[in-house]
Design a protein around this ligand. Structure first.
Ligand SMILES: O=P(O)(O)OC[C@H]1O[C@H](O)[C@H](O)[C@@H](O)[C@@H]1O
Ligand SMILES: [Fe+2]
Length: 187
């Protein structure tokens, strides 16, 4: 038997995993995701980085695990806070664990039927993402929101239905407060 080698890595203070595969998502990669299209077009002139992911991934085999950090930058499109695209797992019954390291935010979760949950996150918060729930993280603070995620190597990402329909709730700032409001475009 040829064994894989164990290893440890240290996540640095900026959320970077040395040697990991880096993915950058700018606002231009997220057309159609934010509610306020006018505010989106306006901010597109700057095309800010919305988030970066540092992923250590294995072959897509059952039993193995991937892990990744995400650095989700602070910002808003209109009154809606910056968020990750959000996805179901391609193998929908695969669960995931998130662990918040820095900053302030939360996770929006949604079943295929459109039932929504919001879980606030601050450093030290562990979130259990059960099988079948789509999940998106949101930065509700004014510094980078950094967290670690651990997920089955064969989970995969299914972006399709979230891209088309979005989440049933929007996470917005109203009168200086974080609020969840109904998404008028949700179908
Ligand atoms: O894939 P997104 O919905 O854009 O979220 C960004 C990333 O967040 C976490 O790091 C997850 O572990 C990744 O699997 C995911 O890719
Ligand atoms: Fe996931």
């Amino acid at each position: 038997m040829e064994y894989k080698r164990p290893f440890g890595v240290r996540i640095d203070e900026n959320g970077v995993i040395p040697g990991a595969k880096k993915l950058v998502r700018r606002l231009s990669d997220m057309r159609g995701y934010f509610y306020d299209e006018k505010a989106y077009e306006e901010l597109l002139k700057e095309d800010p980085v919305v988030y970066e992911v540092y992923a250590v991934e294995q072959e897509e085999k059952d039993g193995d695990l991937n892990f990744a950090t995400t650095i989700l930058y602070p910002g808003k499109v209109g009154k809606e806070f910056f968020f990750t695209k959000g996805h179901f797992h391609a193998k929908a019954d695969r669960a995931e664990i998130y662990y918040a390291l820095k900053g302030k935010g939360g996770m929006l979760l949604q079943t295929p039927e459109g039932e929504v949950e919001w879980v606030p996150m601050e450093p030290g918060t562990v979130v259990y993402v059960p099988p079948y729930w789509a999940h998106r993280t949101v930065n509700t603070g004014d510094e980078p929101f950094i967290f670690l995620a651990i997920y089955p190597a064969d989970a995969g990402h299914d972006y399709g239905s979230i891209k088309e329909k979005g989440f049933a709730k929007l996470v917005v700032e109203e009168n200086g407060e974080v609020k969840l409001i109904d998404n008028p475009r949700w179908k």
